[in-house]
Design a protein around this ligand. Sequence first.
Ligand SMILES: *Cc1c(COP(=O)(O)O)cnc(C)c1O
Length: 454
Amino acid sequence: MGFSSTSVPAVHPADFQFRCIACGHLSDSASRDFRCAACRDLLEITYPAWKQRKPEPEPLTSLWRNRRTLMNDADLSGVWRFRELLPAVDEAQIVTLREGNTPLYRLPRCARSLGMPQLLAKHQGMNPTGSFKDTGMTVAATFARRAGFHWVACASTGNTSASMAAYAARGGMRSLVLVPEGKISWSKLSQALDYGALTCQLRTDFDGCLGLLQQLVLRAPVYQLNSINPFRLEGQKTIALELLEQLEWEPPNHIIVPGGNLGNSSAIGKALVETRDLGLISQLPKLSVIQAAGANALARTVREGGKRLVAVQPDTRATAIRIGSPASWKKAVQALEATGGACEEVSEIEIAQAKAEIGAEGIGCEPASAVTLAGLKRLLKRGFVKPAETVVLVLTGHSLKDPDYTIDFHRGELFRGTADESAATALGPLRHPPIVLDAMLDAVLRVLDQAEKS
Ligand SMILES: *Cc1c(COP(=O)(O)O)cnc(C)c1O
């Protein structure tokens, strides 16, 4: 496959620098732990060239649209199609699995029950490994390989490891996965194994895995692919770009995302501010972040002024957001402030209900993604979202990522033995447990008849 461009590009891939989010220190290279050499805070990628020669909105949006008809690897990717807003790389070096290009669905039944004219869901579970992590991983894996690393590594609640293992394999690199023992779904673990990762189940939680990884990268020549890695956030920006493109650059009033380690909210917030500054949109959507009540570090941090992280001991069945000390909390606070968004937390019952309601739309998602719908209900109730406004939920992972959760829910086992057990009976009408029958026509006809009447 060739990499020839058929149209004359009006703008060029951007040269970049690293900027510290706290002290503003600029540098052309980053240390292995991706922390500021001066103050140790996180780095973000910035594009000084935009100051001298700002990309023009109109040629950009046409260029991106036209690329959807082209057949080379970079243009087939829903991430690299937007490469003018990504760090510059030779197209032949790109490691891609055709990530992005995910559908924007309507949720008509959820909208109706909330009294909204329309509600939209950007389904990032439709990525190659089943979660939004692929949009960032293609960029970070590309730069890992370009830097000559043979090993890449991450700490993960499951989806990052699945994605990293796949992109490492595609790029001819080896991968090391650190996951907490237990508390991660078999589906996600199986992906890492399938793609050939060296997988370590550590007797700790996610935060413990991440802490260990950060020491490890200083001792061994491995490239860190956690969302502390700012290249990942650049790739994840394209979630917002593609979403805005699907809405013909008419921004929605609200975008709602789940918050775990807070890389995704940071990336989408950065994309919104950049597209506004470049004149691609005239008004910023409000970006709101929803957490599980049992892993509500950002919600508590915001409530207490947003200046200092309030870490928690995380506990939720939504394992993808089971994180107590989110690495990108400061970037997420900045994103909330820049866009005027809110932070909410939702209960385990609200998550289970929202997940079943999204499933009933024929879409399905993993529990961590369902917090967005649960959070929207709260934001409507407190008047932060108005029913007439346009809202996009970012569904972060595919339903098949955590089938145990879905099966436990429908069998009525999800809340058994927990404090929520009696409250969960209210979810009865949403449950469709499998029915075991003798293989007899009459038995099936009777069940069908009962179902029709109910
Ligand atoms: C990683 C992940 C999250 C959390 O994203 P952060 O960037 O860590 O906040 C939410 N949902 C799913 C399905 C995920 O894989």
